[in-house]
Design a binder for this molecule. Structure first.
Ligand SMILES: C[S@@+](CC[C@H](N)C(=O)[O-])C[C@H]1O[C@@H](n2cnc3c(N)ncnc32)[C@H](O)[C@@H]1O
Length: 208
């Protein structure tokens, strides 16, 4: 699976997560960012074009060299400097409260211990700062959730460790982050894609 995970999954993810409806969600989730931003699970840099003008710099955490390499063109043409500061969102070498805001998109599904990564976000974002999140996860519809549980073991194998069943609001709350805004929806598309398409988009604040 190493070749698959290292070489194929980043390309597949870049393709699947760069559709028009997904970019619309990316634009919305990035809208409130400013100052120093930590992006956990930077991938191929699909959020870059949506950083607002008030963002001064982006610190990226991304384990995949392939993903980072794929982001090069996007980084080079961005007006904002992007530096890769780490490889693992569960353990980031940066000072407490070093960032104004954090951004995570479609990565809590894949990070092995998302609770640990969110505790790092809480530590690293200044008091009163926000985490902007856009994630897919567990559907409230029992029939879809049943399919998500059935498909989860296959999804993990073919999609680089991705889970379909992560309960995003619970993960945020358990990490001590207060949900300030939350919108949920299915991505538009055929009903058969719903196990992959239940979205959580919003912001959570760090305690002040
Ligand atoms: C589905 S991709 C999403 C990429 C990007 N955030 C986006 O929205 O297009 C999941 C990302 O999480 C990254 N990832 C996996 N484990 C991680 C970890 N421990 N810390 C940070 N990122 C991780 C993967 O390398 C991959 O880039």
């Amino acid at each position: 699976m190493r070749f698959w995970d290292d070489r194929v999954v980043p390309v597949m993810v870049d393709k699947m997560l760069s559709t028009g409806p997904v970019h619309k969600e990316r634009r919305a989730v990035c809208a409130g960012l400013s100052g120093r931003v930590l992006e956990v699970g930077f991938g191929s840099g699909l959020n870059i074009t949506h950083y607002p003008a008030g963002v001064g710099e982006v610190a990226a955490v991304e384990p995949s060299d392939r993903g980072w390499e794929m982001s090069r063109g996007r980084r080079d043409s961005a007006p904002i400097p992007v530096a890769r500061i780490g490889l693992d969102g569960q353990d980031i070498a940066a000072d407490d409260h070093a960032f104004d805001h954090a951004l995570i998109t479609f990565s809590l599904c894949t990070i092995p211990d998302p609770a640990r990564a969110l505790r790092e976000v809480r530590r690293l974002v200044r008091p009163g700062g926000t985490l902007a999140f856009l994630e897919h996860g567990l559907s409230p519809d029992a029939r879809i959730a049943r399919w998500q549980r059935r498909l989860d073991p296959i999804e993990k194998r073919v999609a680089g460790g991705c889970h379909l069943t992560r309960d995003v609001p619970s993960l945020l709350g358990d990490a001590g982050l207060d949900i300030a805004t939350l919108e949920t929806k299915y991505l538009p598309g055929p009903a058969v894609m719903r196990p992959w398409g239940y979205l959580y988009r919003g912001t959570a604040t760090t305690p002040s």
